[in-house]
Design a protein around this ligand. Structure first.
Ligand code: SF4
Ligand code: FES
Length: 229
């Protein structure tokens, strides 16, 4: 359905522009356009839809809440669509149900061992490069753009980021085999497809999570299979 956005400032974020459109619709007694958002700072992962066919829009490494209207020209037509994947059922307009991601995390994206009180930061020495990789993986905000862009609707980048984050650190070693097995099996059970190494997920990820995490997840899974009694 076409909408017109008037009085748009180049400094508005894309979501602020939608807020203005919605205020106009509410004044006219019409239904506002439904979309998700929370932090509007690019850190929570609540926002996300396709803008002219690209998840989160034209700016690389940017969530839609951090995209600004200066990126578009006056009188441009922009086409907005929700994420499309069987595992993300449509709720309304631009809102989809992403609780499948929560269930993948619930399957194993945690450490349940009791490690006592917090230790000094330098008590467990970890190579700097390893820490950097773990923290880069932990940057995933669970937005779902990687699924939306993938022709297989695979959540491999999301799942592998969560697995990598913990498998790289000493605290993640104890439940390592259970974690990868349970999370990969949950991923498949939720209806996400398999990865066929297309790389679109890496290209649209607003946190620039590298596809090398998927190779690490596959190695972890293979290792867990070999360790099975
Ligand atoms: S891997 Fe990137 S695109 Fe996928 S859910 Fe995480 S932040 Fe979003
Ligand atoms: S609203 Fe939180 S990342 Fe966009």
């Amino acid at each position: 359905m076409p909408y017109t956005a008037d009085d748009v400032s180049p400094d508005m974020s894309f979501l602020e522009m939608l807020d203005v459109v919605n205020e106009g619709l509410i004044v006219k007694g019409e239904d506002p356009i439904a979309f998700d958002s929370d932090c509007r700072e690019g850190i929570c992962g609540a926002c996300g839809f396709l803008i002219n066919g690209v998840p989160h829009g034209p700016d690389p490494g940017t969530t839609v809440c951090q995209l600004h209207m200066r990126r578009f020209r006056d009188r441009d037509t922009v086409v907005l669509e929700p994420w499309r994947a069987r595992a993300f059922p449509l709720v309304k307009d631009l809102v989809v149900d992403r609780t499948a991601f929560d269930r993948i995390i619930q399957a194993g994206g945690y450490t349940s061992i009791n490690v006592g009180g917090a230790q000094d930061g330098n008590a467990i020495l970890i190579p700097r490069n390893t820490v950097e990789q773990a923290m880069d993986s932990a940057a995933c905000i669970g937005c779902g753009a990687c699924v939306a862009v993938c022709k297989n609707a695979s959540a491999a980048l999301f799942t592998s980021a969560k697995i990598s984050h913990l498998s790289l650190l000493p605290q993640g070693q104890v439940e390592r085999h259970h974690r990868v097995t349970a999370m990969v099996e949950r991923h498949d059970a939720e209806g996400f497809g398999s990865c066929s190494n297309e790389g679109e997920c890496e290209a649209v990820c607003p946190k620039e999570i590298p596809i090398t995490n998927i190779a690490r997840m596959n190695r972890e899974y293979f290792r867990a299979m070999l360790a099975r009694p």
